[in-house]
Design a protein around this ligand. Structure first.
Ligand code: ADP
Ligand code: UDP
Length: 239
């Protein structure tokens, strides 16, 4: 499968058409961004570890019954995915309060929540990805009612599956973001699941092993992603 035209160049990944009009190649770049694109850096080897990490997680989720866009990994930085019509929405689940919710609600950092908290955000960097409700999604027509219900159910299911997976490797899944899209009216998990889009803390030390290392200038970003991958038994190939 060959890349033909680049149709999307996001902040960290690029999408290419292929000779199959239903399939795209997702290329994971080393580019890393935070604060809605205001902080940017290329971190050597991040594209490679993220592509392989994502393929492992997507395969795990598929095995647990979640329909994902992932078809197959092609090489260290590229994967073949189903082409989707994306919702302009980010689905977030939090098990502990940290990041934007602490800024928004003045909550203690690291607070264990009584139940997993689901939130929708609008995917719009210029607006700083604002928190939105189901009512906003319906009124603005960003997704249909049945898709809203399904996105919420699947995201909470992903939280159950992956919280267990990470806990087995002494990692707390603090929170994460996922995106969904449609193909022929059917909902699929899209985009990626990597330490760029979730928070993972060591169960003993609460050390951060995710993109907060980049956001907060803690260093060893790619090294930490590799450590997480090693703990989960992923066999990440180095370029
Ligand atoms: P961002 O859009 O935040 O800058 P990326 O660099 O990760 O992020 O860009 C990847 C883009 O590809 C995102 O806009 C995402 O919504 C989109 N995307 C992810 N999976 C698919 C898919 N299967 N089909 C079409 N678009 C997708
Ligand atoms: N997240 C993401 N992309 C975004 C916003 C958030 O991947 O555009 C992830 C983030 O890595 C974290 C979770 O979603 O795992 C919740 O992020 P939060 O709302 O706390 O925002 P932040 O503090 O990262 O601005």
């Amino acid at each position: 499968m060959n890349k033909i035209d680049e149709i999307t160049a996001g902040k960290a990944k690029s999408l290419f058409t292929t000779d199959n009009s239903d399939q795209l190649i997702m290329h994971f770049r080393d580019d890393t961004s935070a604060f809605d694109g205001k902080k940017k850096e290329a971190l050597l080897g991040k594209g490679s570890v993220n592509n392989q990490f994502n393929a492992f997680i997507m395969d795990h989720l598929e095995a647990k019954g979640i329909a994902t866009h992932h078809i197959e990994i092609l090489n260290s930085t590229d994967s073949l995915v189903r082409k989707l019509e994306m919702f302009p929405i980010e689905c977030v689940v939090r098990n502990r309060a940290t990041g934007s919710i602490c800024r928004r609600l003045g909550t203690e950092d690291g607070l264990i929540l009584q139940a997993p908290l689901f939130e929708f955000f609008l995917k719009d960097d210029d607006l700083g990805d604002p928190l939105i409700t189901e009512e906003h999604i319906l009124s603005f027509g960003w997704a249909a009612a049945e898709n809203i219900i399904e996105m919420k159910e699947i995201t909470l299911k992903i939280n159950e599956i992956l919280s267990k997976l990470f806990l087995n490797s002494n990692l707390i899944l603090v929170d994460f973001k996922v995106e969904f899209g449609l193909s022929d009216g059917k909902l699929f998990l899209a985009d990626e699941f990597t330490p760029d889009g979730c928070r993972l803390w060591d169960t003993e030390t609460l050390a951060k092993m995710d993109k907060d290392r980049f956001r907060q200038g803690l260093g060893d970003v790619v090294e930490s992603y590799h450590q997480v991958a090693d703990r989960l038994g992923m066999n990440i190939k180095l370029d």
